[in-house]
Design a binder for this molecule. Structure first.
Ligand code: CAA
Length: 286
């Protein structure tokens, strides 16, 4: 099946970037969030990002306007999904919220449409089972920021068809991304299964007072050649998202993945990172 039109559900940190990548790759995109202010905020972030590319001479003003004209913001779910071939779901990482979204999408989307989830850790099989089209449900996991990160993990649920996987791989390729195939639906897939325990250990080192924040980040930047240290990356991803993934790994794979008290405290204190202006770093000035 050839995908011509895409709906992106959720205009937040990931959703806005995915929408932008899709529009930059020539797709018509419906961008949907539950409230107008979230949609507006997503559009602002897209404009800011496109401006960065324009300032660097990678896009002309005309191209920026064309890309923006391919994006159709809305708060109406039915309107967002009723005329598309692919729905990329990037709503908040909450199982019940995602499941109710899938039930609604299944009702309104055309029979041929594929639903791909950008979930970091929720079971694709479980999401697929809430629809009457589990063979058309798969994972399509982007990395933050989607505009710059090259990888997409494509995840096969228990009932996902080969045709669905091939269609999604083709879309990822048209978006200029590299892909890896996760053959079995398992929490954390490849990247987060490895990353989240590493971030959790960075929090542990910090809370135990083994080293200062800057030295923990410097050690990993220079010792492992990461582009940013783990505590800064955690601020980037969000302590709430990191905790949610750690809890799923702990529950579904092994208790060894249990999140550190320090991470839980950060969430309780709403020190979530960039999204609340403060985490391990102060983002209010940046
Ligand atoms: N859109 C367009 N351009 C952007 C941008 C955006 N959203 N964000 C940054 N840029 C541009 C900047 O303008 C800058 O351009 P110049 O070099 O021309 O000045 C360039 O990208 C580099 O940005 P910065 O100087 O601000 O920062 P940086 O050098 O640290 O690079 C980065 C930014 C690419 C994000 C880099 O820091 C990086 O790779 N960090 C690690 C990101 C990462 O690990 N992501 C995965 C997170 S895990 C995840 O997402 C999965 C999950 O499920 C939790």
């Amino acid at each position: 099946m050839e995908v011509k039109k895409i709906a992106v559900l959720g205009a937040g940190l990931m959703g806005h970037g995915i929408c932008q990548v899709a529009a930059q790759s020539g797709y018509e995109v419906n961008l949907r969030d539950i409230e107008q202010r979230f949609v507006d905020n997503g559009m602002q972030m897209i404009k800011a990002s496109l401006q960065k590319f324009q300032a660097k001479g990678q896009l002309t003003e005309g191209q920026v306007n064309e890309i923006l004209s391919r994006i159709h913001p809305t708060v109406d779910l039915k309107e967002a999904v009723s005329d598309v071939d692919l729905i990329i779901e990037a709503v908040t990482e909450n199982v019940e919220l995602k499941k109710s979204t899938y039930r609604e999408v299944d009702q309104y989307a055309p029979a041929h449409a594929i639903i791909a989830s950008n979930t970091s850790s929720i079971s694709i099989t479980e999401l697929g089972s809430t629809t009457k089209r589990p063979e058309k449900v798969c994972g399509m996991h982007f990395f933050n920021p989607p505009q710059l990160m090259k990888l997409i993990e494509v995840i096969k649920g228990a009932k996902t068809s080969e045709e669905t996987i091939q269609t999604v791989l083709a879309v990822a390729q048209k978006m200029g991304k590299e892909t890896v195939l996760v053959k079995k639906d398992c929490p954390g897939f490849i990247v987060n299964r490895i990353l989240i325990p590493a971030l959790n250990e960075a929090v542990a080192l910090y809370w135990e007072g083994v080293a200062d924040r800057d030295d923990i980040d410097k050690a990993i930047k220079l010792g492992l050649n990461w582009p940013m240290g783990p505590l800064m990356l955690l601020d980037y991803i969000g302590a709430d998202t990191t905790l949610a993934i750690a809890e799923i790994l702990e529950r579904e794979i092994d208790p060894k993945f249990h999140p550190h008290t320090g991470l839980k405290q950060m969430v309780k204190a709403q020190l979530l990172g960039r999204k609340t202006g403060k985490g391990f770093y102060d983002w209010t000035q940046k």
